[in-house]
Each structure stands twice: as structure tokens, then as C-alpha cells.
Write a protein that binds this ligand. Structure first.
Ligand code: PLP
Ligand code: SF4
Length: 449
């Protein structure tokens, strides 16, 4: 009886609870932070005035191991660290806060620092916006023929924020940098005119912050019979880590699961693209229960996430993550290279080392875990995978391929870059064999000029 009552109470509290998160203004209220020194707390505050910071109670209380802070990977996943800013920028912000400067001064400095952190990597805003009837289709990106990205306006926040987020510009209130759509009817018209599109990828932020009936209102128009060619609905989310309650105890969890079931019955492949960085995210009973509930609807779960120094730059972390995912029925899908934005210098792992980690991890999983591709760079020309390191005609090279290309003709064609132990991104690589440029560059220049 008392058990039932307390479950009920949690369920009633859930809608507010799910957004009860601590931001830089409420740092002092986070009980667990008391275990840190005043200097550590101040460092968090300084960086949180520049990069987005938000952590909810589930992450703070159940995922982070406070005995291992600051080295705990899940602490580093959401809590800003001093080294994430350039030392000069850090000192300047620390100085303003110590002097109790005005909010105007603080935000002016924050904006100046942010502008230097490449807020829009890979030209997303400029190059990938499709048009409908001569007007930009807001909240939609279309880069690769068969997949359209959709950013529903209500799904452009997350339950907590990752310190390495590549979409961080959306979370700092700069509306010019925001992609968002509240017009599913316009998207439906666009899809009707583009029969080559087989996949709709709903993304954010995190679409799973939405109530089930909001999510339904965005997706319902896309189930129309004329859109039969859109066979897959993917949902990019970190909710399985940040708020697994979404599928278990939230008041509208049953409604949400019925929605997935309905889409599956309507003939769609419903693919939850779950963002994971560490096997510890899979370790709580509620995270496992959420996975069971989703799988019970007929939806599939695939996993993807970036390789990050100080969080998961260890092949044992990845092999354990992939093995555990296979056990739970999740299909490992992508290992990404940390993108060239935000606190990149804090997280970056050289491509050569990233490939080594991937390879060592692959050797420790069965064929069912070797579905994962990577390490893959999401660059402006396309997704470029490091396939390996080899020696050709006496020259040590990276073997690369496009997994996705702005021109689908580039896909799956091997190409070569001079081996470079320190390079961390495609723009730092030089073509091998003395070639003046990579094979795709002339065409890419033409597409983007
Ligand atoms: C990764 C990505 C996709 C999906 O690519 P898949 O290889 O099909 O998973 C689609 N659009 C953009 C812009 C992407 O970055
Ligand atoms: S879940 Fe994704 S969009 Fe949200 S903060 Fe993390 S990386 Fe950014």
C-alpha cells in the first residue's frame, strides 16, 4: 500500500520534476556540490557563464559518482571544467565575477568568447537549409539525399546539457543561431516533393523533452499515405541517459509508448537513435527498464556518440559499452570524432589514436557489436570515416572513406591522407602521394561558392 502511494506521488510530480534542473544561477542549491571545494565551485560557475550548463536531479544524484569527482566521466559529461576555456578567457570571466560586474558586462564577455568557439560547425546553417515555394523551410536540414533532419520547435532543449555539445549555440539564447520549426504541414509538403527521402530524423536539442501529444502533433501529418516513401522515423535523443523516467514513470509514458506502437503498426521503422558515451549510463535499473519498454513497442534502438578525451578515450570503455548494448538489444551504430566546436581542445583525441581505440574495442566484441562505424567526422563535405592506417608505396597513410557525402557519388570511395599523428580533424589532413587536394575538393568548392 505505502509503496503504491509513493509511486503515485512520484508519477504526479514527474512533469515538473523532469525539468527541475540546476543551471548556473542555481548552482548553490545543488546539495552534492557541497562536497567540492569553494575553488572548484567557482571554476564551474565561471565556465557555466560561457557554455550552457544544466543538470537534472537524476543525473546529479544517480549517475554521477561523487566519490570520484572531478575525474568521474559522468561528472565531466555535464559539469563545466576550468580547462574548457582558454586560460585568458577564463581569467577575464573570473575577474568579472569576482568584481561582481553587471549582467550586461558579463554577457558581453560571454558572447565575445562564444563567438571564438565556432558555434556553427560544418556550415550547417548556411548550406543545409532547403527551400519550399521560394522560402527557407525553417527547422529543417537536408544534406544527404535520403535523410531529412527535423527540429521541432518544442524539442530544442535537453534534460541536461553535455559539456561537449555540438549544438550548444542553441542553448545560450541566441535566437539567430536557432533552428526550429512549428510547421509540420510545410515539412509534409516538402517531403511529398522529395520522393528520394526515406528517413526522417527528428532531432534537437532532444525531441523527447516533448509531451507525447506534442510529439504526436509533429509526426501525425507525416504518416499520410502520400508519404509512404518516408519509411523510417528516427528520433535522436539522450533521454535514455538523462531522463529514462520518460518511458517508465512520466504520467504520459504509456501514451508515448502507444505512439511508437502506432507508428510501427502504420508500417514505419521507428528507430531511437540513442546518444551514449559510457557504459555507466546503462547501469541504473530505470535506464534498463526504459530500454525494455521501448523495445516492447517494436521500435529499435541504435546507439551513437562521440569519442572524448577524459570521458571515454579508452577501448575498454567502448567494448564494455557495445557489449552491454548488444546484451540489452541495442544496435551499436556510430562512433563520432568530437566536432570542431565549443570546448574542442579539452576533448579532442588525435585521429590516429581514435582509430586505435576503435580498433582495440572492435577486437573485444562479437560480430553483433561490430555494426558500429567510426571514428567518423561530420564535416561539411560529408561523414568521413578513418578506415585505417596503412603503408602504400612506402608512404604511411590514413585510409578514409565517405560514409555520407554531400554528393552521394563520393560515398564508399576510399581515399588517402598523409599519416599525421597529431591531426584531429579533416582540415588538418593533407592528401597523400603529393596530390594537391582531395578528390572531392573541386566539386565541393563549386557546391559551396
Ligand atoms: C549523420 C547525418 C545523417 C544520417 O546519416 P546516416 O549515415 O544515414 O545515419 C543525416 N543528415 C545529417 C546532416 C547527418 O549529419
Ligand atoms: S544531448 Fe545532444 S543536443 Fe543535448 S546537450 Fe547533449 S550533445 Fe547537445
Amino acid at each position: 500500500m505505502s509503496q503504491a502511494v509513493s509511486t503515485l506521488r512520484i508519477a504526479e510530480k514527474a512533469p515538473r520534476e523532469r525539468f527541475r534542473a540546476y543551471t548556473q544561477r542555481h548552482l548553490a542549491e545543488l546539495p552534492k556540490l557541497a562536497s567540492l571545494s569553494a575553488a572548484q565551485r567557482f571554476e564551474i560557475e565561471v565556465v557555466a557563464n560561457v557554455l550552457p550548463f544544466r543538470v537534472n536531479r537524476y543525473v546529479a544524484e544517480q549517475l554521477i559518482d561523487w566519490n570520484r569527482v572531478p575525474d568521474d566521466p559522468l561528472f565531466r559529461l555535464v559539469f563545466p571544467q576550468r580547462e574548457m576555456l582558454d586560460p585568458e578567457d577564463f581569467a577575464a570571466m573570473a575577474d568579472l565575477l569576482r568584481k561582481r560586474s553587471s549582467a550586461v558586462e558579463i554577457s558581453a564577455l560571454a558572447n565575445r568568447i562564444r563567438a571564438g568557439l565556432n558555434p556553427h560547425p560544418a556550415d550547417q546553417a548556411r548550406l543545409n537549409s532547403p527551400e519550399l515555394d521560394g522560402r527557407t523551410l525553417d527547422g529543417v536540414q537536408h544534406k544527404y539525399d535520403e535523410t531529412v533532419l527535423y527540429f521541432p520547435a518544442r524539442g530544442q532543449v535537453c534534460h541536461s546539457y553535455c559539456t561537449f555539445c555540438f549544438r550548444w549555440a542553441q542553448f545560450i539564447g541566441d535566437r539567430n543561431l536557432r533552428f526550429a520549426s512549428s510547421r509540420p504541414d510545410r515539412l509534409a509538403r516538402y517531403l511529398r516533393k522529395n520522393p528520394q527521402v526515406s528517413d526522417l530524423l527528428v532531432t534537437g536539442g532532444d525531441p523527447m523533452v516533448m509531451l507525447a501529444h506534442h510529439l504526436e502533433s509533429y509526426i501525425q501529418p507525416l504518416l499520410a499515405p502520400e508519404l509512404e516513401h518516408v519509411q523510417t522515423i528516427r528520433i535522436g535523443t539522450k533521454s535514455l541517459t538523462f531522463w529514462p523516467q520518460r518511458y517508465v514513470t512520466d504520467p504520459d509514458a504509456p501514451e508515448l509508448l502507444r505512439l511508437f506502437e502506432r507508428w510501427v503498426r502504420a508500417g514505419k521503422h521507428v528507430a531511437i537513435m540513442a546518444h551514449y558515451n559510457h557504459w555507466r549510463e546503462l547501469d541504473t535499473p530505470i535506464a534498463r527498464e526504459a530500454i525494455r519498454k521501448i523495445r516492447g513497442t517494436g521500435a529499435t534502438i541504435r546507439s551513437q556518440g562521440p569519442l572524448l578525451r577524459r570521458i571515454n578515450d579508452d577501448s575498454n570503455v567502448w567494448s564494455r559499452l557495445w557489449n552491454e548494448q548488444v546484451r540489452l538489444g541495442i544496435v551499436p551504430y556510430y562512433m563520432f570524432v568530437e566536432r570542431d566546436t565549443g570546448a574542442k581542445q579539452y576533448f579532442e583525441v588525435p585521429l590516429a589514436r581514435g582509430w586505435q581505440i576503435y580498433r582495440d574495442a572492435m577486437q573485444q566484441v562479437s560480430g553483433l557489436g561490430r555494426t558500429v562505424r567510426g571514428p567518423s567526422m561530420s564535416t561539411s563535405p560529408g561523414k568521413v570515416e578513418i578506415q585505417g592506417v596503412s603503408e602504400v608505396c612506402g608512404e604511411k597513410v590514413f585510409v578514409l572513406r565517405f560514409i555520407q557525402g554531400r554528393n552521394s557519388d563520393w560515398v564508399q570511395r576510399p581515399f588517402y591522407a598523409r599519416y599525421d599523428e597529431r591531426a584531429t580533424w579533416l582540415d588538418e589532413l593533407k592528401p597523400a602521394f603529393g596530390a594537391p587536394e582531395f578528390f572531392f575538393e573541386p566539386e565541393f568548392r563549386q557546391m559551396t561558392s
